[in-house]
Design a protein around this ligand. Structure first.
Ligand code: CP
Length: 309
């Protein structure tokens, strides 16, 4: 694998994460430049996306690079039976960096093993979503002023939600407590529970999304129940509406509480929360441009881009 690929948050050390946060803060102050002049980035999306693809493309455009790619694999030779390996090898002939989303867990890792061109994983099945994690951590830092001594409550689909899996792993470098709120069918997978136990990361598991839990939280990370990951749609129907955050539930919450959501939402956050100053999900998505600018530069090995350096 090319060392500059970012396919999992497990590839990033605590210092890598802190460096990426510092670079994201720089790009928030200086979003437009010619840092990527002459560079071409491919965005290959084998699964639907709004935010991730468009914010990666915005990030490249604002840095003066160019973008090629697709958002509908049905319009590519994949529909004629071309393998992922061949697609990646072909696109590598054209570009300096590949950003890819795929429905198969491990697809980005596999891609990084068949090409020298750096890969950024934009989501692989229910596995990981490292660029979402970087913008999540940047959002946590911006709203809390720190990454330690926080209680992070994750709510909803903790089984299939790749964003919560990545966030848990990345935040394990910091002093945090997790509260996992989900029904038994969608609880945090055992491998992550075992990871917390092994690394002495404090956590609680709850089936109830109670006011008491809300009032102890610094971050509430809501998630959508991922219909597309269910093989049994009857089971999806049974669990899809179990957790819903309403504005009245926030009445006695901490002043510093912020509500995050990777989006898209379906109905797990009521529209009446949107005007609450504690709702942060739209700003969170905007932070994605800056976090992804930082990740693109890292994957391309571009350093010393800060003005005055
Ligand atoms: N958060 C996220 O991955 O959104 P999209 O599916 O719209 O890219």
């Amino acid at each position: 694998m090319d060392n500059s690929s970012i396919v999992s948050v497990n590839d990033l050390s605590k210092q890598d994460i802190l460096d990426l946060m510092a670079d994201a803060a720089y790009f928030e102050e200086h979003p437009d430049s010619r840092i990527l002049d002459g560079k071409i980035v491919a965005t290959l999306f084998f699964e639907p996306s709004t935010r991730t693809r468009l914010s990666f493309e915005t990030a490249v455009n604002r840095l003066g690079g160019r973008v090629i790619g697709f958002s509908d694999p049905a319009a590519t030779s994949t529909s004629k039976g071309e393998t992922l390996k061949d697609t990646i090898k072909m696109v590598s002939n054209y570009v300096d960096l590949i950003v890819m989303r795929h429905y198969l867990e491990g697809a980005a890792r596999y891609a990084s093993e068949v090409t020298e061109t750096p890969i950024i994983n934009a989501g692989d099945g229910a596995h990981q979503h490292p660029s979402q994690t970087m913008l999540d951590i940047y959002s946590i830092y911006k709203t809390q002023g720190r990454l330690d001594d926080l209680t992070i409550t994750m709510v909803g689909d903790l089984k299939y939600g790749r964003t919560v899996h990545s966030l848990l792993m990345a935040m394990s470098h910091f002093r945090v407590k997790f509260i996992f709120v989900a029904c038994p069918e969608l609880q945090m997978p055992e491998e992550f529970i075992a990871f917390c136990r092994k690394n002495d990361i404090p956590f609680e598991v709850s089936e109830e999304f109670s006011r008491e839990i809300i009032d102890r939280s610094d971050i509430i990370y809501m998630t959508r129940v991922q219909r597309e990951r269910f093989t049994d749609l009857m089971e999806y129907e049974r669990v899809k509406d179990l957790y819903n955050l309403e504005n009245r539930m926030l009445d006695t919450s901490r002043p510093n509480l912020r509500i995050l959501h990777p989006l898209p939402r379906v109905n797990e956050i009521s529209q009446d929360v949107d005007d609450n100053p504690k709702a942060y999900y739209f700003q969170q998505a905007k932070n994605g441009v800056y976090a992804r600018q930082a990740m693109i530069c890292r994957a391309l090995g571009i350093k010393d881009f800060k003005e005055g350096k």
